[in-house]
Design a protein around this ligand. Structure first.
Ligand SMILES: Cc1cc2nc3c(=O)[nH]c(=O)nc-3n(C[C@H](O)[C@H](O)[C@H](O)COP(=O)(O)OP(=O)(O)OC[C@H]3O[C@@H](n4cnc5c(N)ncnc54)[C@H](O)[C@@H]3O)c2cc1C
Length: 401
């Protein structure tokens, strides 16, 4: 039963207006679903420049009018060398959260059937033919709720066996003299001295004099803020000969993204569908999520249009789930071997081939070619050690609803 009397009835409610909620709202507005009465609700609607969403794309990028920056080359760094590769097929793009929010908030606010509300959601309740969203002051009912605001709380059997995080802190800096090549972003400049997991510097140059420099770790334990800051400051000194007085820090970006073998459930409760990170959309072995959210919300709108019922699709084909699990196992149990795997992946393959593989657009033959470019032994061990977990993941696929 609802705790309060219903304030409004909707066809759909989008609970959480982050990357997934706003992507879904945008696609609904540009589909026949735009005549459905829809509420989009979040506890914080003020646009903020706190995230940069990057992704690679072979065709036209989504939200092309707010692409903040495009790169046509990528650089990889190891202790032995730095080398750059062209991105002929998969350029790399960046969208700033602040631009994304402004664009989609404006579209929602100017639409007659869509409402944007700023409220703290307290609970989501499910009934046989409807779902109810409660805030401190109101209750709203809809046929379906799409939620990205509550994380998954897996039962013991579903909990990840490899509970890794991709955690990072970045400084957006400006310098006086031209220093960066604005065409080339650094995907990974490995920190060989780090042994608790995998660590590297990720660099997005906005111009010759401005860049986001991010120290990123794949491991179980998030560090104190000063740990990442010390690493960045040391890197700026060693790599670019910059002392703290030589640069200005304009912005800081920090966060953590799950890299886990979670058995994600598509439904939060009946009639309440998980979307975005809450639905396990993050690619476990890389942390990339934004493009996968675009695919998820596109499929969702197509299904809703066709059948009136959301039909959640698994985030990945099963074989990619297996590859992700094996790589997570190696990162978690043998980080030094994982470091070798990463380095060989980048040394022995073109960046386009790797992006096709990591974007799950490769053929099985192309997968085999990528796999033959890295040492076999850690993978054979991972395949054997994760066999029971893989079986659980497979069963979860069969029972996904
Ligand atoms: C700093 C950062 C950078 C990232 N960069 C990239 C990248 O470059 N490329 C990439 O592919 N992925 C990236 N990711 C991963 C992923 O794309 C993002 O986390 C993305 O925002 C996930 O979208 P989401 O909608 O699932 O969650 P969110 O965007 O976090 O949206 C959830 C929304 O729910 C709201 N909410 C939560 N609780 C409540 C409540 N109780 N009541 C009301 N509202 C609530 C929040 O305010 C938020 O707006 C990044 C993640 C972080 C943290």
């Amino acid at each position: 039963m609802s705790k309060a009397t219903l304030d409004q009835q909707y066809d759909y409610i989008i609970a959480g207006a982050g990357a997934a909620g706003l992507s879904l709202a945008w696609k609904m507005i540009h589909s026949p679903l735009s005549d459905k009465k829809t509420l989009v609700i979040d506890n914080e609607l003020e646009p903020t420049n706190t995230k940069t969403w990057c992704f690679w794309e072979s065709g036209a990028p989504p939200f092309s009018d707010i692409i903040h920056k495009k790169w046509t080359h990528t650089k990889i760094g190891t202790s032995q060398k730095h080398f750059s590769q062209p991105l002929n097929e998969y350029p790399y793009y960046c969208i700033r959260k602040i631009d994304f929010q402004r664009k989609i908030h404006q579209a929602i606010r100017s639409h007659p059937h869509f409402t944007l509300a700023e409220e703290q959601i307290t609970t989501l309740e499910s009934h046989s033919d409807s779902a109810i969203l409660h805030t401190n002051d109101h209750s709203y009912q809809a046929e379906y709720i799409f939620q990205s605001c509550f994380p998954l709380h897996p039962q013991k059997k579903q909990a990840p066996k490899h509970p890794l995080w991709q955690h990072f802190l970045g400084w957006e800096i400006t310098v006086e003299e031209p220093l960066f090549d604005p065409q080339v972003f650094t995907l990974m400049d490995f920190d060989d001295s780090f042994c608790d997991g995998i660590a590297f510097m990720y660099i997005l140059p906005w111009s010759a004099t401005s860049a986001l420099i991010e120290y990123t770790i794949f491991s179980e334990r998030v560090e104190e803020q000063s740990f990442y800051e010390d690493k960045i400051s040391l890197y700026l000194n060693n790599q670019f000969n910059l002392r703290p007085i030589d640069y200005q820090i304009n912005r800081q970006e920090l966060g953590k993204i799950p890299m886990q073998d979670l058995l994600a459930k598509p439904w939060y409760k009946p009639r309440i569908l998980n979307i975005g990170t809450s639905s396990g959309r993050t690619k476990p072995s890389t942390g990339y999520t934004f493009q996968r959210i675009q695919q998820q919300t596109k499929n969702l709108v197509t299904n809703l249009n066709k059948t009136g019922t959301p039909d959640p699709q698994p985030p990945s084909a099963f074989r990619y789930k297996a590859y992700d699990l094996w790589l997570l196992h190696i990162i978690h149990t043998s980080p030094q071997k994982a470091l070798t795997v990463f380095k060989q992946l980048f040394t022995n393959n073109s960046a386009d081939d790797l992006f096709r593989f990591l974007g799950e657009q490769s053929t099985f033959r192309q997968d085999l070619s990528i796999m033959s470019s890295v040492p076999y032994a850690p993978f054979l061990k991972a395949i054997w050690n994760t066999r029971n977990r893989l079986w659980q993941i497979f069963k979860n696929y069969l029972l996904r609803n």
